[in-house]
Design a protein around this ligand. Sequence first.
Ligand code: FES
Length: 120
Amino acid sequence: MERRLCHRDELPDHLARGLLREGRHDRVFAIRRGAEVIVWLNDCPHNHRPLEYQRDQFLSADGQHIVCYAHSAHFDLRTGHCFAGPCVGRYLVPVPARIDGAGNIWIPDQLPAPSALNQA
Ligand code: FES
């Protein structure tokens, strides 16, 4: 089963936005690059905590990669690979997303586990 996350037009182009608020943090964040939308679990593989320092702040100043502001881990935007910081070689966990013909973004009802790509 899927659930609707948001509409593509609700995502600012070349920026990130947190979604699925739970408590003080969002469970996922989405990055839009033109027609492309990438959704990630908001879970840093270093200490399994949310990445942002304030709402929707997931990217480096130049918008070219994802940053976890807790200890400055840097991740590739498209692969989620950590290339600098305390968890080099580990990965953010992608959330499979589908965009329908009307621009709605759909994700699975059940989010992937935080450890999905980072088994010891
Ligand atoms: S918790 Fe993300 S870099 Fe430490």
